[in-house]
Design a binder for this molecule. Sequence first.
Ligand SMILES: [Zn+2]
Length: 201
Amino acid sequence: MVEFMADKDTETQRLPYRLREPFLASTELALFRVLTELMGKRYSICPKVSLNDIFYIVRPNENVHFFNKFFRKHVDFLLCDMQTLTPAFGVEIVRPISKKEVRETDKFLEDLFTDAGLPLVHVPSSESYDPSDVITLFQLAVVKIGGTVPLRIETPTDFVPNCPVCGKMMVLRIDRNGSGVGRKYYGCMDSPRCAGVVSID
Ligand SMILES: [Zn+2]
């Protein structure tokens, strides 16, 4: 009885986080295994990578709504060069279309990758994958992207940090009052709800 009480106390003192199981759904795990078998020597296969970690938004002051479109979204797998970890392919499992919303998300993801010059491989969801089918889908993605040159940093001022407090996009702001009038800095797009600030030297 005493032991039981002690356990309960320990339980209430734990933070309210628990491990999600499984980390990958069975369809994702099946594809991960095939990708590892086919390309595991050339690429590092990273599951569930946040789009916000792969791409940044140019001219963020004009493009705030584009941030809302991709924040908290991820791509199922990102294949990165083994040495440099430079992204080489995105791989997304396409679920059977049941809602209009799903289709729009897939379309958006495709446009996003294509415009940024990174091939995105769409793989129809399945419990097992044929390696030769997967290779064909990779070839298709490369053909689709054609001669698109990856658009990297256009000008140094195009690169904007993410908010150090909440991780959202930051926008350029100018101090309107106080001792630092005219001073430029990056403020969180969620200001004043979030106080995240990055100063510009
Ligand atoms: Zn913030």
